[in-house]
Design a protein around this ligand. Sequence first.
Ligand SMILES: Cc1cc2nc3c(=O)[nH]c(=O)nc-3n(C[C@H](O)[C@H](O)[C@H](O)COP(=O)(O)OP(=O)(O)OC[C@H]3O[C@@H](n4cnc5c(N)ncnc54)[C@H](O)[C@@H]3O)c2cc1C
Length: 490
Amino acid sequence: MILDQKHLRFQKLCRQFAETEFTKELLDKLEETGDFDWDIFKKMSKYGFCGVKIPKEYGGAGGDYLSYAILVEEFARVSPVLSIYANTSNSLGGGPLMLAGTEEQKQKYLPPVAKGDEIMVFALTEPGAGSDAGGTTTRAEEQEDGSFILNGRKTFISGAPMADYCIVFAKTDSSQKGSRGISMFVLDMHLPGVSLGKPENKMGIKGYPTCDVIMEDVHVPKDALVGKKDKGFGYAMQTLDGGRLGMAAQGVGIAQGCLEEAVKYAKERKQFGRPIANFQAISFMLADMATETEAARQLVYHAAELKDAGKTIVIVTHSMDVVKELCDRAIWIYDGHFKMDGKPEEVIEAYINQIAIDHQNQKVNSSSLKHETKVMIDDPQNYSHVSKNGSVMIRGWRLFFDDEVKFRIRIGNKDVPDINPETRSDVYAAYMDVCAGNMSAEEIGFNKVINVSEYMDEVKDGRMSVTAELVTGENNILSSQSLTLFVDEE
Ligand SMILES: Cc1cc2nc3c(=O)[nH]c(=O)nc-3n(C[C@H](O)[C@H](O)[C@H](O)COP(=O)(O)OP(=O)(O)OC[C@H]3O[C@@H](n4cnc5c(N)ncnc54)[C@H](O)[C@@H]3O)c2cc1C
């Protein structure tokens, strides 16, 4: 994908800002102290970076997902930690309110967040509920006047030490199992009963403090509930989908930064009387690194475009794989000097530490917690072929969606009638092999037998395309999956 003029200009602005403002002095200070730097945060806010994805009517810049991805990538290229400064308000902080907040809530909370006057963070994880976020034990007890009392502990919460507000997930209906019966709240961090755990001493990404958020009999008003009661887990998953785009863009930025450091070093370092970049073993490695970085970038940009078009994306692990690979190669190029020299190596090491964590988390999260549609055709003999008088069984399922989300199956341009989805515990059991999470049986599936002869009008060049989609409203496609069947004459 080639960026258009608008996005190229924005990319240039982000790059210039990062290269000028993220000074070595600032980065050293962040690394040494681990403190949040308010000056650079205010500067970012002044430029509108903190609200790039927040709509204009709520004080943001009203940018698209592609702009958001470009911003995170360009900042992460120079400083992974500073990319988070501008990222949070646009994703995990502001995201839940943009997704499910009422007009009043949006007007109240989003403008100060977009302008960097207030910080909002996201608290889902608990000591006993990490990948298995549906295991939330924080409780919110509804009072007679509709207000709630919150009790529980959230752990590893990025930005909590300086947050004004925190999006918190708590069980509102303990009779519902697993991820059901969880609600989403906006918690004022200055309320009585809210306290913080000790700052975590992280391996990387220092300068964006992380700690626990503890709630002891915290009384929050009725309007602290965001979205529908008991439906909070779905909002969390949808928010994390957007966050993963940011994470993937961060991976591309880190990979690019790492590549540039490696190229620079390979040109400077001489052995056998010439720069090591002149040796093919090294230059091939650098060429591979550049290729992989560009491929990951294209995937992220494409995913951003899909998200802008209202489609669901599944991308993150790839760019994390690329970063990990690139860091390994950069270390190879630095070799002994990786440990002896100054900053670049430390930066790479910090990348690796962070990436190792992110990579693990994303692998699980992307496999188990995304909203998903699957469609498959039961075929004992490797199906993509079917007789024109034959029939095929199409099976599909979806996870974690509200009731208003509907299935649609299309053959060519024709909708397949009467899909009749039902709860499918067998599909659930199979899927558990991959997910191993504690998903309650929220997925709905269908088995549909299609007589191919009824759809011969839709066969083009001997092929029939089958698409399963998850749709809300009239035609808002959340996710879709397609396959092609070859229709044989016999
Ligand atoms: C720096 C940092 C910042 C964070 N910021 C936030 C934040 O702002 N807000 C927030 O809510 N959370 C935050 N988190 C928490 C993060 O989301 C969790 O760490 C993550 O969800 C994983 O949970 P866990 O660490 O408890 O690992 P666990 O869930 O205990 O996993 C341990 C290991 O088991 C593996 N594993 C778990 N389940 C499966 C499975 N089904 N199949 C295969 N392998 C599996 C994991 O991949 C991992 O390797 C942060 C974490 C870190 C490290």
